[in-house]
Design a protein around this ligand. Sequence first.
Ligand SMILES: Cc1cc2nc3c(=O)[nH]c(=O)nc-3n(C[C@H](O)[C@H](O)[C@H](O)COP(=O)(O)OP(=O)(O)OC[C@H]3O[C@@H](n4cnc5c(N)ncnc54)[C@H](O)[C@@H]3O)c2cc1C
Length: 464
Amino acid sequence: VAEPFDLFVIGGGSGGVACARRAALHGARVAVAEASRVGGTCVIRGCVPKKLMHYAARFAEQIDAAAGYGWRVSGAEHDWDELIAARNKEIDRLNGVYLKMLERSGVTLFPSRARIEGADGDGFMIEVDGRAHHARRVLVAVGARPQLVGIPGIEHAITSDQVLEGRLPRPRSVAVVGAGYIGLEVASILVGLGIDTTMLFRADLPLRHFDLDLRIALTDAIAKRGVRLRPGVVVRAIVARPGGVTLDTSEGPLEVDRVVYATGRKPRPNTAHLGLDSLGVELDETGAVQVDPAYESSLGDLFAIGDCSDHAGQGLDSGSHDLTPVAIAEGRALAERLFNSNPVEVAYDTIPTAVFSLPEAAMVGLSEERARKAGFDVAIYRTRFRPMLHTLTGHDVQTMMKLVVDKASDRVLGCHMVGDDAAEIIQGLAVALTAGATKAQFDATVALHPSAAEEFVTMSQPVG
Ligand SMILES: Cc1cc2nc3c(=O)[nH]c(=O)nc-3n(C[C@H](O)[C@H](O)[C@H](O)COP(=O)(O)OP(=O)(O)OC[C@H]3O[C@@H](n4cnc5c(N)ncnc54)[C@H](O)[C@@H]3O)c2cc1C
């Protein structure tokens, strides 16, 4: 009988791979089972292919802007198939890098679906391809899946998975249903690449959990870039027709080549197929494994991290924590605690997040609404301006920046931005917020001129 694994990781995505490698580094005997491709959502059908396509889409505006600077750019055309081929090649390369990293760390990889068959006092039996493996501990890191609503014809819809993975033929027109960050990013990519794009969503504004000023500024900017926004609309059915689909909506029919559903992601059914029920592991209503601050589930020695978990009980809104760096940080923290007696804490309060739309939006810390709800008496600093790039292009583009400050302590609680390079700028500010920076320290910071970022340290008068 083979020696049991110290840790059996189910899911070779961002969190699973990070935990497995760190655990192996500390001498643990580790296995990873991956049902699809190692790298997981982020590498195969999420962050990475999305960002590559975002870059492709961004050139549209840059080519346009170049004319204001004396460039004669004529005959610019985009080749969709070439982009998809280049993107897929890069994803294959990265998948290979991940495989090598696992191999080099001495982790045993099972390239198949895994299921927990049972637990006894000695550990767990995990079944992969009809063979049982014994492990002292199990980490569930199976991620989440796009959720499709139960309307007639929903089988004719695709999700971000098909846009970002594989070879979707270039559509001429697309309806994106849902207005979370993935919907906004997909719509921005498509419109940037010259595809007629409509976004339909139930709410008045996209990005439910973000700061209201950010939501308003981004909605305005995205509409100017050509995405047709249809707020307050419900899709009742999807009917297939030759070459496309017709959406039956609360505002009448809409004919498009493709409909992309981006109405949220949930851990179910990934967690439902693992055999957790029979072990009595507690899941929340979305199928997320409920874990304590040490990422341990209601069953001892069974852990969960990343998108398939409730992120150590960090509130019901686990969606705002479903990010690659969070899954990685949780995975490493778990490995450090289990195999290096090193208690590492994840800084959940200052997780920066970006929307790679056109333009970008990004934030760290609390929105004005959340800060007020949490009982803070806040001062608001906000600026809107035409970015310098567009002084010569004549384009009607606005950047928005906002600080939410606690009046009592002077601490900066939140930074929000809509505009080019928002993600790059907010990452730096996340360090300041994690260090507990005050508004006085922002004011004392010398500006870097000329930049957009300097506005974050030169907002002197509160607007509210
Ligand atoms: C379109 C899109 C864009 C995104 N953009 C960003 C971004 O810009 N920035 C960011 O930080 N995050 C982004 N994310 C989120 C990010 O991808 C996830 O938060 C991250 O991948 C979560 O890591 P994870 O390890 O929890 O799960 P995953 O990366 O999803 O990995 C889970 C793995 O488990 C495997 N699996 C499932 N069941 C089994 C089983 N029974 N046996 C074996 N293997 C199994 C799956 O195949 C999968 O590979 C994006 C997500 C999407 C969908």
